[in-house]
Design a protein around this ligand. Structure first.
Ligand code: ATP
Length: 293
């Protein structure tokens, strides 16, 4: 039997390039000819300094940003070749969550989670209700089904967003700074939920983050971006062999955590150790700044 590592990649970006109009009539090349593959079931972190092109690269995976050049394949489909209608269908296999949650404020938690199923148009009310209940159970929020987002903590809002992304049974979940708006405690909740989504449901995760502690806890592999280019990739557990400043920083953080139970790189349980820069500050560690790659 073939393992996930030998399987064809679930995501394949081939020479993707994206530029934008910039001031003075210039072009800003946000992502430059990047090749990247992600295996089924993997958790990949994309890191880099501000403006390096991380979010643009992530958003090209579901064509929220369409590349000017290059090819995007997900689950065997070449998204860049699809019609608008085919792309809408393919996108139901790719969930996405954002830093600011993007929930509908005037809809209940249950209605927020139901939304992507209603948009698909072929779900009966009773199947939607069943699926919403399953997704809320997965993120531990069954008792909040009738609450409104304003009544929830930041971590609970992000878990609703995760439940909504899970509703159409995606193979992949794209996470754009999923914990950056959260404090230490709620960050822990969200990381634990994402870990379970990967481990229990087999959903492949691609996570853009500026928090190295999030990478250390959740990601098996890391891709480092610098000025639009993917400058290196390594297994989180092998950060010490990386060349970039970020790899060294990650290795130093891993060493500081060495011996603590449950640092996940490679896949065991989530740590009870500090999980964010805020956590680390709270526990007297130096802030984990994102150095220049
Ligand atoms: N729609 C857009 N129009 C013009 N420029 C854009 C657009 N989107 C992104 N950019 C520019 O492209 C570059 C890469 O942006 P991107 O958001 O991908 O970087 P990032 O690494 O995610 O940064 P951050 O960590 O600050 O979010 C930046 O210089 C940004 O200003």
């Amino acid at each position: 039997m073939r393992g996930a590592a030998d399987a064809p990649p679930l995501i394949s970006l081939q020479q993707v390039h994206r530029s934008f109009d910039a001031r003075g009539g210039r072009r800003l090349h946000a992502v430059r000819n990047v090749d990247l593959t992600v295996q089924p079931g993997e958790v990949l972190g994309i890191i880099g300094r501000s403006g390096a092109g991380k979010s643009t690269l992530l958003r090209m995976i579901n064509l929220l940003e369409r590349p000017d050049q290059g090819r995007v394949q997900v689950a065997g489909q070449t998204l860049t070749d699809l019609s608008a209608r085919e792309l809408r269908r393919a996108r139901s296999g790719i969930g996405m969550i954002f830093q600011q949650f993007n929930l509908l404020q005037n809809a209940t938690v249950a209605d927020n989670v139901a939304l992507p199923l209603q948009l698909q148009g072929h779900w009966s009310r009773s199947r939607i209700d069943t699926r919403v209940a399953e997704c809320l159970a997965q993120v531990g929020l069954v008792d909040k089904a009738d609450a409104y987002p304003a009544q929830l903590s930041g971590g609970q809002k992000q878990r609703v967003a995760i439940a909504r992304a899970l509703a159409p049974r995606p193979a992949v979940m794209l996470c754009d700074e999923p914990t950056s708006a959260l404090d230490a405690e709620t960050t822990r909740e969200v990381l634990s939920t994402l870990h379970a989504v990967n481990r229990e449901l087999g959903v492949t995760l691609v996570i853009v983050t500026h928090e190295l502690s999030v990478v250390l806890k959740l990601c098996q592999r890391v891709a480092v971006m610098q000025a639009g280019q993917l400058v290196e990739q390594f297994a989180t557990s092998e950060a010490a062999q990386g060349q970039s400043a970020l790899a060294r920083e990650l290795a130093a953080l891993a060493a500081a955590h060495a011996g603590s139970p449950g640092v996940v790189a490679g896949g065991s349980t989530l740590s009870r150790r500090p999980s964010t820069s805020a956590d680390l500050r709270a526990e007297g560690h130096a802030r984990v700044e994102m150095p220049h790659a």
